[in-house]
Ligand binder design. Structure first.
Ligand code: DQA
Length: 147
């Protein structure tokens, strides 16, 4: 099975970006962790990061028929993007929403997620470990036969 790890805006700066909020783990370290943990679950993991909303939408469209599920950290687009929400709703692929920080413990504008409306579920607040938990959740979801 194939899993896509999709990261949105500013996540390329992980490690140096507000380390007090997001930790010191770099995106490369997160992606390596996803590759190794994914492999232990039997996933062939691909990783993509973009700062562009349209590129993220294109990646979601392209995942249909190629990947079995997506682990998505949409960054700030989580809170703004109806277009990303619609893209997820348009491909029949399970999406697990992840956040490094606990978005519900932060500013009110981060409490709302458009992604949650179309995701299987959300994992938020565990730093890089959020991605590991999301892969576990995706694996369990697919084993249950979920879409
Ligand atoms: C984030 C939380 C978002 O509110 C923020 O805009 C991000 C990162 C997280 O992983 O905690 O860019 O998605």
């Amino acid at each position: 099975q194939k899993a896509l790890i999709l990261n949105g805006p500013n996540l390329n700066l992980l490690g140096t970006r507000q380390p007090e909020v997001y930790g010191s783990t770099t995106l490369k370290m997160v992606e390596d962790l996803c590759q190794s943990h994914g492999a232990s679950l039997g996933f062939d993991v691909s990783c993509l990061q973009s700062n562009h909303e349209g590129a993220l939408i294109d990646a979601i469209h392209a995942a249909k028929g190629v990947h079995d599920g997506i682990v998505l950290n949409a960054g700030a687009y989580t809170h703004t993007s109806i277009a990303l929400m619609d893209a997820i709703a348009s491909v029949e692929l399970p999406v697990i929403e992840v956040h490094l920080s606990n978005i519900h413990a932060r500013e009110a504008f981060r409490h709302k997620s458009y992604i949650s409306k179309v995701a299987v579920g959300q994992i938020s607040g565990f730093g890089a470990q959020s991605y590991v938990l999301a892969l576990d959740a995706l694996s369990a979801h697919l084993k249950r036969g979920g879409v």
